[in-house]
Design a binder for this molecule. Structure first.
Ligand code: GLY
Ligand code: MN
Ligand code: MN
Length: 313
């Protein structure tokens, strides 16, 4: 514990001096080939588990049963997970960290799973969303989000600002909402008036490594100077420009969250929203699609997650 003196009379903070920690956190933004391989393998091991969870959902399983299918699919115990399995059926897909998994099966409409695997201490962090009925509008919205997510993955690169890509992602989510007749104003207005943010209230992604939310994402230098926060999006985890060999998640979301919708409804922009369309989508909860990307030193963007899904499809 910081400042606590141990039996030898040594002050703990002197063992982990900030000067050293800042150096480590700054250097660890770029991952070695070994570290990249650990995260690659963590993606490969997670994908069969994601498929097992999808099958369980389609079979009408409860959230707890789906999580059990995930664990069986990667042959892991729950305490080996890099983070608690998020498995939300129907409206629960709108709960950003839905850990209170239900034991009762629901009549299936939609399903969001955010779960990874750990390999030698390195994590994967993967989200997929499914519709039970492939012909419903929500299934079409998932496809639109999938195209959007892939377009955003392609925006990564050395020297790119994650904040700029986040702003772009807010526009792209607004475009999806307009395409599906949820919003009735331009994407520019939806972002400027902060309407899009009510449907997408989190950041586009974060550093990934041996912490699921890996360190160094706000450091301006190895001495520990912190970058200024985005004024419009001060809570973003990633502020520092991308560097070679970094691993990022790319995880845009689009949710129908009752408490945020209630605020919109009583606010001054309520008329820009098609509330009958909202009523149709609320029972499906929401959509997030999350991949893990390596920004290679030669400029190549490697999508560890899509590659891993392709290997077993
Ligand atoms: N699984 C946590 C996250 O996506 O940040
Ligand atoms: Mn993530
Ligand atoms: Mn995740």
């Amino acid at each position: 514990m910081i400042n606590e003196t141990n039996a030898l009379g040594t002050v703990a903070e002197n063992w982990n001096t900030l000067a050293v920690l800042h150096q480590i956190d700054y250097q660890r933004r770029g991952k070695t080939a070994y570290e990249q391989e650990c995260v690659r393998e963590a993606n490969r091991r997670a994908v069969p588990a994601h498929r097992a969870a999808q099958r369980a959902f389609m079979g009408g399983a409860s959230e707890v049963q789906i999580a059990a299918a995930y664990l069986a699919g990667c042959d892991c115990r729950e305490n080996e997970m890099p983070y608690g399995i998020i498995a939300g059926v129907n409206e629960h897909a709108a709960v950003l960290h839905h850990h209170n998994l239900f034991k009762q099966p629901q009549t299936p409409r939609s399903f969001l799973i955010d779960a990874g695997v750990e390999v030698y201490g390195y994590a994967s962090d993967i989200t997929r969303t499914y519709a039970y009925d492939p012909g419903c509008d929500f299934a079409a919205m998932i496809e639109a989000m999938d195209r959007t997510q892939l377009a955003l993955c392609a925006e990564g690169g050395i020297g790119k600002s994650p904040v700029d890509i986040h702003v772009l992602s807010q526009h792209k989510i607004a475009e999806v909402l307009i395409e599906f007749d949820v919003l009735q104003l331009s994407a520019e207005e939806a972002v400027a008036k902060d309407i899009a943010g009510s449907f997408y209230p989190h950041g586009l992604g974060h550093h990934l490594g041996c912490n699921v939310h890996d360190k160094g994402s706000q450091l301006a230098n190895a001495q520990g100077a912190i970058l200024p926060r985005s004024e419009k999006y001060p809570k973003l985890r990633s502020g520092a420009k991308m560097v070679a060999n970094q691993i990022h998640t790319v995880e845009p979301g689009l949710y129908f969250i009752p408490v945020l919708l209630d605020k919109l409804k009583s606010g001054k922009h309520a008329k820009a929203i098609n509330w009958s369309r909202i009523d149709e989508f609320v029972p499906y909860g929401g959509i997030r699609i999350e991949d893990n990307i390596v920004v290679h030193a030669n400029g190549v963007l490697e999508n560890l997650t899509r590659d891993a899904f392709q290997r077993i499809n």
